[in-house]
Design a protein around this ligand. Structure first.
Ligand code: ADP
Ligand code: ZN
Ligand code: ZN
Length: 743
């Protein structure tokens, strides 16, 4: 017997090996093996088995198996094949991305002790008087009903272990030792004891999806529900049904460390069958979790984009929450896959229900729903009928004229409303989608802007640490120069506004307010983030200030004012999705206000009040804006009206890069009708990380190339073969299928 093996190298070729007799039973398609490649021993994946070979010459033997269990079932294997073909990435490379490096890594999850209530005993009153700490613990446990980790009681009493052991001796509680499963976020949630009775509109959706689950057929749907409409409760119910059928579920979140609340709610309901999967896991925990999933101990996986490749068997349900989020797209390395699209393909292969969900769907999914490719499930009302917020748009040009002050960060109206909430002891969320202190250090005389030497992008000034930083490559410049490098003027000025500057102004203006800032600079770990969110939830913080990471998925009862300090951020970037993104951000942020009984208000500050993006976002009029955006896309032949591919060339020498790009363009003369080629042209960020960048954008109109086959055949022929080598150290080429941005 012979095996074809793919290796994680940038070659599309596979290699033939002989299977030694003692491994014949174990070598199957999809297993990982060690085999000699050149002079090295390399891990590869068996792609196919045959009993004949055309190979002339001496064949080498497979040396050993990497894993002691079969890791991929047929559908998952098929999915990797599809990913490889669709995203033009060698199969071995896809397999490496989708699997942990080695499954043999030893990881032993620590044990932990849990305690559960049994009874109050015969004489609780005496206990209460004599041993108040014991009584407190007992009362808490009886309220919670489920086992609680000893460590979680340390807010209640100082020595929970001691006290629980004393209670156990009296037979009032029971202590058990359990394996403690790795927790991705460090966020444990008290089980929520809440009775869920679905509203009529929730029930309609659940019924449709339950039917689909019962039929066990591919069923793709778009759940379009405003924030707070009860989508998460629907997911929870669907997962419950899926598990009852003996099947499994994947729930994708845009960035697990940013959505601890949802993860917490799932853990609270499904307990230890839930695995969390994300990029910040250590490789040991990753391997261990992977193994548990293979073994069937985990039945629900919640995670960021790569969770879509986890080896759950019998997959019944995939939920993609906030499906419009760009973090679902892998930007590098290859394969540059989009987890939402992979989810749809996996659903198709596994006969699963796939729910794409959002308050602000991507234009693609919105369009697919119009086309009937996704079943549309609208949820138009907020749960419990909480009212929509009142939105105020402040024209900052007018503000400038009225006050005579330039570059005001806060309008009079926003300041007034902040003060009002502070007086009423209600909470405030402020969005400023730019971190650092000031985005630009500019010479007041010649206008020169301080740039990153690697990227040719403006450096951002950070007041903490008194340093300039490039937000693309991380380059740090210290000390901050005090002379203009161009004209030697001392007249250097900070321009623009980042979160740190806003923070300073707030501290000055409202010295008594308790303020917290959330952005990449303050949340290096998931823990810091969850701590801040917890404090905000419990009312220890009055004002939460942050970048886009505060705009989504958070649910706070007492937050009744949302301020968007500069709604125009990103509006004029030369990207076909710029408007869509700004719209979604404003719309989502506005949804943070008054989600519960208290009515909410939103203040949007802008220099472009007439811009359709701002105008419709402020009216919370999604349909109208999406219609405008779709007709623009149609006119310009952008996705979703065309299949798009971005081809980037980069390297250290500008000329080499440009020559190769032009060369590639010339080789693409075999253009089929309906294929439009833009460029090559320098990228918007022409220099990034010491590289020069050029790009071409290919657009195949969908009326001419209905299912993208023409384009795909074209790409296979031109980009994977010998015609254009993808590796050329002087001018490397990247092929990005369905780009989320062309910046
Ligand atoms: P979304 O995910 O759409 O933002 P959630 O599922 O988080 O909305 O629901 C918002 C709030 O309403 C949550 O506190 C949730 O527990 C509650 N809720 C939603 N549906 C119900 C229901 N049927 N019964 C009770 N509470 C509900
Ligand atoms: Zn100057
Ligand atoms: Zn840089």
């Amino acid at each position: 017997m012979y095996a074809e093996v793919a290796f994680p190298i940038s070659s599309y070729q596979t290699f033939t090996y002989q299977i030694p007799v003692d491994l014949t039973d174990q070598v199957r398609v999809g297993v990982r093996v060690k085999a000699p490649l050149g002079r090295r021993t390399v891990q590869g994946v068996v792609v196919s088995l045959t009993d004949k070979t055309n190979f002339k010459g001496k064949l080498k033997n497979i040396m050993a198996l990497v894993d002691d269990q079969l890791v991929l079932d047929e559908q998952l294997w098929e999915l990797l094949h599809w990913t490889s073909r669709y995203y033009l990435t060698p199969l071995g490379q896809v397999a490496r991305m989708a699997m942990p490096r080695s499954l043999s890594t030893r990881y032993h999850p620590p044990k932990c002790q849990r305690v559960v209530f049994k009874s109050f005993g015969d004489d609780f009153d005496t206990l209460k008087k004599g041993k108040p700490a014991q009584a407190r613990v007992l009362e808490k446990l009886s309220a919670v009903k489920k086992p609680v980790m000893l460590a979680d009681l340390n807010k209640l009493v100082s020595n929970p272990a001691d006290i629980c052991h004393k209670l156990a001796v009296q037979g009032l509680v029971e202590i058990s030792s359990e394996i403690r499963y790795p927790d991705a976020t460090g966020f444990s949630f008290d089980p929520i004891e809440k009775e869920i009775i679905f509203s009529e509109s929730q029930q309609v959706i659940i019924d449709k999806l339950s039917n689909a689950l019962l039929e066990k057929q591919f069923f793709p749907a778009l759940l379009h529900g405003v924030t707070g409409s009860g989508k998460t409760e629907i997911y929870i119910d669907l997962v419950r049904q899926t598990l009852e059928q003996g099947r499994t579920a994947i729930m994708l979140l845009p960035e697990i460390s940013l959505t601890p609340q949802i993860a917490g709610r799932f853990r609270a309901v499904f307990g230890e069958t839930v695995a969390l999967w994300h990029s910040k896991m250590t490789s040991a925990i990753r391997s261990w979790t992977w193994k548990q999933i293979c073994g069937g101990q985990y039945k629900v996986v919640i995670g960021a984009r790569s969770a879509i490749f986890t080896p759950l068997r019998n997959l019944g349900l995939i939920v993609v929450d906030e499906e419009q989020e760009h973090s679902y797209k892998q930007e590098s390395p290859d394969p540059r896959y989009h987890a939402r699209d992979v989810a749809l393909m996996r659903g198709k292969l596994c006969d699963s229900v796939v729910v794409l969900a959002s308050a602000t769907p991507s234009l693609e999914s919105y369009y697919n729903q119009i086309q009937g490719k996704l079943t549309y499930l609208p949820l138009t009302e907020r749960f419990g009928g909480a009212s929509y917020p009142q939105v105020y748009v402040v024209d900052m040009n007018q503000e400038q004229e009225d006050t005579g002050k330039m570059d005001q960060v806060f309008s009079g109206l926003l300041l007034e409303k902040i003060q009002d909430r502070l007086n009423k002891r209600e909470q405030i969320i402020l969005l400023q989608n730019r971190r650092g202190y000031a985005p630009i250090l500019r010479c007041g005389d010649c206008g020169e802007i301080l740039m990153c030497p690697n990227c040719q992008l403006s450096l951002t000034y950070h007041s903490r640490g008194d340093v300039l930083q490039c937000h693309f490559c991380g380059h740090l410049q210290r000390p901050v120069p005090d002379l203009c490098q161009q004209c030697h003027s001392v007249n250097l000025r900070l321009a623009g506004t980042g979160t740190q500057k806003v923070e300073d102004i707030l501290l000055d203006t409202f010295p008594q307010a308790r303020l917290s800032r959330l952005d990449l600079d303050t949340t290096h770990t998931g823990k810091q983030l969850t701590q801040t969110l917890r404090k905000f939830a419990s009312g220890e913080i009055d004002i939460l200030l942050g970048t886009q990471m505060i705009a989504k998925g958070l649910d706070f009862e007492n937050a009744t004012l949302v301020g968007i300090i500069n709604a125009d951020t990103g509006l004029f970037l030369p990207d076909f999705r710029a408007g869509e993104r700004v719209f979604q951000l404003i719309y989502q942020a506005a949804g943070r206000a008054g989600r519960h009984k208290k009515p909410g208000e939103v203040v949007i500050q802008t220099y472009n009040p007439e811009n359709p993006v701002i105008k419709h976002a402020a009216r919370l009029d999604l349909k109208q804006y999406y219609n405008i955006a779709l007709s623009e896309r149609r006119e310009l032949n952008y996705a979703p009206f065309s299949w798009m591919v971005r081809v980037e060339f980069h390297g250290a020498e500008r000329q080499k890069v440009e020559v190769r790009a032009l060369d590639c363009r010339r080789q693409l003369q075999a253009v089929f009708p309906g294929l439009e080629i833009l460029g090559p042209a320098p990228c918007y960020r022409e220099r990034l990380r010491n590289n020069y960048r050029f790009q071409m954008v290919l657009k195949a109109n969908k009326t001419k190339d209905v299912n993208g086959r023409l384009l795909h055949r074209f790409l296979q022929k031109n980009f994977t073969g010998v015609v254009i080598q993808r590796k050329d150290a002087k001018a490397r080429m990247i092929v990005d299928i369905d780009p989320v941005s062309i910046l």
